[in-house]
Design a protein around this ligand. Structure first.
Ligand SMILES: [Zn+2]
Length: 574
């Protein structure tokens, strides 16, 4: 491709409304242009990136045995009413009417359409398992679309749906998709983690989010330094610590005055005790009644874990008035001894040999409190927030925190949609049964944007080669020099003949501008042919990622560049 005949309008200025790096660089590199809020034109080079992402998605979906279909972007309301989501889904669902006053929506996701398809076509267990996928234009009417392709309103997505005869089969289909996702993101050259996610309101029995690691990521995740364990911070498991935390003497509880000391810091400093031996007591109002949650003063309570443990619809910290009603004391002085509220405790409390806690009395705490002797919680469970350096629940290695951008999601749906929409089949005994489903999504544009968030520097994008718009940029420094242009043409033609995607900068621009554009657009390998070098029989090869530059005899330039392309492709191996 020749730059002079191409449409890649790069800009020096940083667009004012672009808040994140990927959005800025996609605009500046001429990959993307805004049409309306959250709605874009994909320019030629930007579309090349999306197509490459899609090609990897198709190859891996096909390889995993999924069948490609294409469902409509416009979906009749009847299907969404059947699943109950027509009313449940918020304003993000763009609803409208046709000329006959029939209601439709622009599909942000296609569980209903695919379930309808399968219930019409699948009759027998012999037709299962079945996994269907599509790469489709979707729409979600975000209230504040921003961050470019990270959160647009119109977006391309690969979504897949599996149908199985039972949970066992569904687990197998899930595993296949999980493995395919790992291959997909490895092939895109991305540093990623599959993290165990909270299943939230969608329901279902297990779920993983695929996170591209990037400092700008919106999600906090933990991952193990030794094994592949990863989880959302809210979901990360904390294993009970076996070592007991030594406390003071094991006498009977004693009341001590703690005037005005409410927080862990204040109380432990005042009593001169290790904060880890303080038994913190938090009072919650929940859908299943009042609950006191105990945790070591060294830790924080994880409300999501409390909610899941209780099986509650909601949990919320009790306000000052309710705390007084439950404990008889102002907040900051609650404790489990003599408390007549249902009490559960985090594992961290069990390892306190002897500790301090609120006395349920203003300005007083109890010391020498022994869990199990002086109070007995209903049970011990994992109820705390994970901390950096905590032991990995799988292997005991250290957990570290990082930030991630969610680009994919695999989800075991169970029978939520198949039951609501009667997607049934006949089993071997001729009995009617409901299909067990899974759903699996990857945002196409979002993945490209995440790749930039992870791979860029001050000069621009640093594409992994498998999703770069072009593989090699060939730059004749001065196109008016016949021998320079001729040498560049020869190298470009040679690489082209070997199947390398060459971007040939034949513009009559100053060298500085050409170099800046090559860096900005992130083409992985740059070949520079300057006047002096060519006269001396040399050319230059520069690695966009490392900045390493090699001066190579002209006849070997194409070979060397080809080898570097090969090396970069190998880094994107599944
Ligand atoms: Zn581990």
């Amino acid at each position: 491709m020749r730059y002079s005949r191409y449409l890649m309008p790069t800009t020096k200025e940083t667009p004012s409304d672009a808040e994140v790096v990927s959005h800025r660089l996609m605009l500046r590199a001429g990959l993307l242009r805004k049409v309306a809020s959250g709605i874009y034109n994909y320019m030629p080079a930007g579309l090349r990136v999306l197509r490459k992402v899609e090609r990897i998605l198709r190859e891996e979906m096909d390889g995993a045995g999924a069948l490609e279909v294409l469902m409509p972007a416009v979906v009749p309301s009847e299907l969404w009413k059947e699943s109950g989501r027509w009313d449940a889904y918020g304003k993000e669902l763009l609803r409208f009417k046709d000329r006959a006053d029939r209601e439709f929506c622009l599909g942000p996701t296609h569980e209903e359409v695919v379930t309808d398809l399968v219930r019409r076509e699948v009759r027998s267990y012999r037709q299962l398992p079945l996994t269907l996928y599509q790469i489709q234009d979707k729409f979600r009417d975000e209230i504040r679309p921003r961050f470019g392709l990270m959160r647009g309103r119109e977006f391309f997505m690969k979504d897949a749906y599996s149908f199985d005869t039972d949970e066992e089969g569904a687990a197998e289909s899930y595993k296949k998709m999980y493995d395919a996702y790992c291959r997909i993101f490895r092939r895109m050259g991305l540093d990623f983690r599959a993290v165990e996610a909270d299943t939230g309101s969608i329901g279902g029995s297990s779920s993983h989010e695929f996170m591209v690691i990037a400092d700008s990521g919106e999600d906090a995740i933990v991952s193990c330094v030794s094994c592949s364990y990863g989880a959302n911070v809210e979901k990360a498991e904390c294993i009970p610590c076996s070592a007991a935390i030594p406390g003071a003497t094991k006498g009977m509880p004693r009341k001590v005055p703690t005037p005005g000391k409410r927080t862990v810091e204040e109380v432990s400093a005042f009593l001169a005790i290790d904060p880890a031996t303080l038994i913190k007591t938090l009072l919650f109002e929940t859908s299943v009644g009042d609950v006191a949650v105990l945790v070591s003063g060294a830790h924080e309570v994880n409300e999501i874990k409390v909610k899941n443990h209780l099986g509650a619809e909601y949990v919320r910290l009790a306000g000052e008035v309710r705390v007084r009603e439950m404990t008889g004391a102002p907040s900051g002085f609650a404790g489990p001894v003599g408390l007549s509220v249902r009490t559960i405790a985090d594992h961290s409390v069990r390892s306190i040999a002897s500790g301090a806690t609120g006395a349920n009395e203003k300005d007083a705490h109890l010391v020498d409190v022994v869990p199990g002797r002086d109070f007995l919680p209903e049970g011990y469970a994992d109820l705390r927030v994970v901390r950096e350096g905590d032991p990995c629940p799988r292997c005991g290695g250290a957990l570290r925190f990082s930030r991630g951008i969610e680009v994919g999601h695999v989800f075991r749906l169970g029978t939520k949609y198949s039951e609501a929409m009667r997607a049934v089949f006949l089993d071997e005994g001729g009995k009617e049964r409901v299909a067990v489903m899974g759903c699996y999504g990857i945002g196409v544009g979002r993945t490209a944007a995440a790749a930039i968030e992870q791979n860029h520097d001050d000069d621009g994008i640093v594409w992994p080669i498998s999703i770069a718009p072009f593989e090699v940029a060939v730059i004749p420094v001065n196109v008016k020099q016949a021998d320079v242009t001729a040498a560049a043409e020869r190298v470009a033609a040679d690489l082209d003949a070997r199947g390398v995607e060459v971007f040939f900068d034949d513009r009559e621009e100053r060298p500085g501008i050409k170099f800046k554009d090559a860096d900005l657009t992130g083409i992985p390998v740059r070949i520079t042919l300057g006047e002096k070098n060519v006269a001396a029989g040399f050319g230059e090869i520069r690695d966009r990622k490392t900045g390493e530059t090699l001066r190579i005899p002209l006849p070997e330039v194409a070979d060397e560049a080809f080898a570097l392309v090969g090396k970069k492709k190998a880094e994107c191996a599944p």
